[in-house]
Design a protein around this ligand. Sequence first.
Ligand code: PAF
Length: 318
Amino acid sequence: MLRIAILGSGALASYFAARLHEKAEVHMFGHWKARLNALKSEGLSLTERDGSKSQVQLRVSELNDFPHYFDVVLVLVKAWQTPEAAKEASQLIAKKPSAFVLSLQNGIGNVPQLKSEVDQSVFAGTTLQGAKINGLAGVAASGTGSIFLPSSIDSGFIEILRIAGFEVHLADDLVSLLWSKLLINAAINPLTGAFGITNGTLLKSASLKAFLGDLALEVAELAKAKSIDLLYTDPVAEVERVALDTEENTSSMLADLRRGAPTELEAITGFLLQEAGLQGLSLPQNKVVYQWMKEKLAGQVPSDAVYQSIAQELANAG
Ligand code: PAF
């Protein structure tokens, strides 16, 4: 049986562990002690998108107990936790050429950080799977199960993901894959964070929908300036499609903001603003939403007129 280590104990890590645990030998490694203890003693309570519920007994393990044991290390921690995850991955990954590390995280900078510690192959993919923490020992699925992976990844692992119910798409150009997801995250995550709304609500206000499209177009312009091809031709249609497919999701940035955890604002919008600076571009709407999120993170309500008028529109819509 394939041995898979999952780094992370948050929503997505829990969901992947639950789906994969009968198809492979899956062990979860994390740092959120209260959750890990609850998972060990109670098992994971899994709620699927159709509302069906089940109880899953995961293997929650300690790093030192499994040195160089795993065929695959799946990294599902937040982008700001990657340097630590890289060290853990290097301890867990088997010392054989076929073993590999796969990051399904948001952001662009994860692979170089993982590669700096890991000698084996490191891949990145993206996923539109959504999941929410549902109590200390629970997770609820939201969003689609689509995963995009580089086609060079081991076909046996891809088969396991498919048997576990994920829809796997293969793509050859890693940069294009990561930027295509980065654009989605840059448009959806800070905007849902700033207004405290689900992904689907972005489509329910004309001003927010226009803002969402503008954020996407600015990132597409930057990608073009860097000669990066996106996986889709119409970024506005794509971001609206994802917002609709994941309509009931609380984006990961909003979820982090709500529980007072560090967000991926810097790994997503901060990164893009820096890249834009290097290209002589300014991404004005991304700058605005970055500023709104900074104010939200400081516990303030953004005071600028555009924010206030959208907030009023949302309040009127109930
Ligand atoms: O970060 C997230 O929340 C997800 O990547 C996505 C696709 C925006 C859905 O919520």
